[in-house]
Design a protein around this ligand. Structure first.
Ligand SMILES: CC(C)(COP(=O)(O)OP(=O)(O)OC[C@H]1O[C@@H](n2cnc3c(N)ncnc32)[C@H](O)[C@@H]1OP(=O)(O)O)[C@@H](O)C(=O)NCCC(=O)NCCS
Length: 164
């Protein structure tokens, strides 16, 4: 697997591109737990057509005692090419028991690294309002009105990327 090396952001975790069907199923399972079970998003809306074209990312607990690689996957995110140098980040999710340890930030850093390598100039996302401070710490700026998506309040956010 092509993973970022372990960093000081989230000691004990690593993040990288999803590169197998097994990893893809594991990140979808993380999203189902977080968005469908925890946040009551309808399951038919959680997985969508963009998943077919998106680049998927995973965060993994480094656990040398386990040979079950899928079971160690604790975080997910996706990146969709919107054209004209713009990428849309979505479905950023960390399993509840692994939150607050930098895993979300590590995932976002990994997505941004890939976006830079692919020449994206700007990243955009629809942030759940409660998570806006998380994205602001990473340099994203909210704009526009609050809107509802799956009955959850969101705001649009964006960040200009410096070149790789
Ligand atoms: C939002 C989410 C991905 C954050 O992941 P995480 O692994 O807990 O975040 P991190 O530990 O990397 O946090 C990075 C920084 O953001 C802060 N932060 C994280 N979530 C925050 C929140 N909800 N409110 C305020 N600050 C927050 C952390 O305190 C940390 O700050 P620090 O750098 O000063 O220590 C996670 O809470 C999650 O999966 N939530 C459920 C799914 C979801 O709502 N996703 C967002 C959809 S838009």
């Amino acid at each position: 697997m092509n993973t970022a090396s372990e960093t000081s952001i989230a000691p004990g975790y690593t993040a990288g591109l999803v590169q197998s069907n097994e990893e893809r199923e594991a990140v979808f399972a993380v999203r189902m737990i977080v968005f469908v079970e925890e946040q009551a998003v309808p399951p038919e809306e959680e997985l969508d057509a963009l998943d077919m074209v998106a680049t998927h990312f995973l965060a993994r607990l480094i656990d040398t005692s386990s040979s079950n690689t899928a079971a160690s996957i604790v975080g997910a995110a996706r990146l969709v090419d919107k054209g004209h140098g713009k990428g849309k980040i979505g479905r950023v999710a960390v399993l509840r028991e692994h939150r607050g340890m930098g895993v979300g930030a590590l995932l976002m850093q990994t997505v941004e690294q890939t976006a830079r390598e692919r020449g994206f100039a700007e990243l955009v996302l629809d942030a759940q309002c409660y998570a806006i401070p998380f994205y602001e710490k990473l340099g994203y700026v909210a704009e526009g009105d609050v809107f509802l998506d799956c009955d959850i309040e969101h705001r649009f956010m964006s960040k200009r990327l410096s070149s790789a």
